[in-house]
Design a binder for this molecule. Structure first.
Ligand code: NAD
Ligand code: TYD
Length: 348
């Protein structure tokens, strides 16, 4: 089978390709990626040598380019990861989110409708639990929770989910959607909470916790997310949505303290010294208090279970960042430094 993987040079896409390309030589994986700041071909060094891997440097906002990919490769499956993904960037510059996440998804759906008029292909849309908005202290998101996005990022993902459902209902396109909780693991761009805190702790820099650090996220190890997507593609049903989550609800401050403890253990620095770097900074506007996924549907209908607990996955992740200084150097371009200055200076 020919499989288009959009956004394959980003965090989750690269983990997906690294995991599945070697396992499935019978499939050809075509990575369609614009290579934004968040992409890193260094994450795909091994996969790039494989016979069943291709790279197409394409902006999905360009319909002609997307159409050409469908014509040339004739994929039977699209796994759509490509998106602008960082909430804070969507606050300081929402336009790219509207373009890539909404218009980009629309272009892929249009190309799928055109090239798969016989119902041959399957469109798998990778989305987030952030479309459901914020929970209070209790409750969990199910597949029927009302959409209520808070940030330009989550609103753009919500819009893309709606488009996917509309194409399923109106044009009978074969689609599936997964809404997943916060991922962590190797290859994550260090603007996101966990890699940012790990690198700052290692370098003795302040650990900037938004607000009081009481917001809760439901953390899932990235490879568990990738396995869930593969399961939905192979065993799920058309037109269905599946929530994916790790049942690992942790307050941000506790994530940061756990990172300090593991970095201390692995690097030999005193834990107290690292915790002393914790700095409470101005909160994110519209900051969702709590996310928690009820993953009963994928667990009971498809038998998916995560393999990592937060404790085992976090340790693996931190060890990976400590062991891969060359990868970290590669992503810390001038653009990265600009972002850090813009987001954290004046945050107090
Ligand atoms: P990422 O920011 O690390 O990577 C995104 C990738 O998409 C990059 O390689 C980038 O170059 C590419 N891309 C962006 N705009 C593009 C465009 N216009 N054309 C082609 N390529 C483009 O993101 P990620 O964390 O790997 O997330 C991947 C997907 O999973 C996203 O759709 C995101 O909404 C979803 N998701 C992420 C999480 C999470 O915790 N990271 C959780 C649930 C869902
Ligand atoms: P993030 O990794 O940006 O993921 P998301 O906003 O998609 O959940 O942030 C995770 C949590 O960590 C979120 O509640 C915001 C918080 N956070 C900080 O406290 N400090 C930071 O520097 C960052 C980037 C995030």
């Amino acid at each position: 089978m020919k499989i288009v993987v959009t956004g394959g040079a980003g965090f989750i896409g690269a983990n997906f390709l690294n995991h599945f390309v070697p396992k499935h030589p019978e499939h050809t994986f075509i990575n369609v990626d614009k290579l934004t700041y968040a992409a890193n071909l260094g994450s795909l060094a091994e996969v790039a040598k494989a016979d069943n891997y291709r790279l197409e440097v394409v902006d999905i906002v360009d319909f002609a380019a997307v159409d050409r990919v469908f014509t040339e490769h004739q994929p039977e499956l699209v796994i759509h990861f490509a998106a602008e993904s960082h909430v804070d960037r969507s606050i300081s510059g929402p336009r790219a989110f509207i373009q890539s996440n909404i218009e980009g998804t629309f272009n892929l759906l249009e190309a799928a409708r055109k090239h798969w008029s016989d119902g041959a292909g399957l469109f798998h849309h990778v989305s987030t639990d952030e479309v459901y908005g914020s929970l209070g202290d209790t409750g969990m998101f199910t597949e029927s929770t009302r959409y209520d996005p808070s940030s330009p990022y989550s609103a753009s993902k919500a819009a893309s989910d709606h488009l996917v459902r509309a194409y399923a209902r109106t044009f009978k396109l074969r689609t599936r959607i997964t809404n997943c909780s916060n991922n962590y693991g190797p290859l994550q761009f260090p603007e996101k909470l966990i890699p940012l805190m790990v690198l700052n702790a290692v370098e003795g820099k302040p650990l900037p916790v938004y607000g009081e650090g009481l917001n809760v996220r439901d953390w899932l190890y990235v490879v568990d997310h990738c396995e869930a997507i593969w399961k939905v593609i192979h065993e799920g049903e058309d037109g269905e949505t599946y929530n994916i989550g790790g049942n690992n609800e942790v307050r941000n401050i506790d994530v940061v303290k756990e990172i300090c403890a593991i970095v201390a253990e692995l690097s030999g620095k005193p834990k107290g010294e690292l915790e002393g770097l914790i700095t409470y900074v101005k909160d994110r506007p519209g900051h969702d208090l709590r996310y928690a996924i009820d993953a009963t549907k994928i667990r009971t209908e498809l038998g998916w279970e995560p393999t990592e607990t937060f404790a085992t996955g976090l340790r693996k992740t931190i060890a990976w960042y400590l062991d891969n200084p060359a990868w970290i150097e590669q992503v810390r371009t001038g653009e990265y430094r600009k972002w850090i200055e813009k987001n954290y200076d004046n945050r107090g």
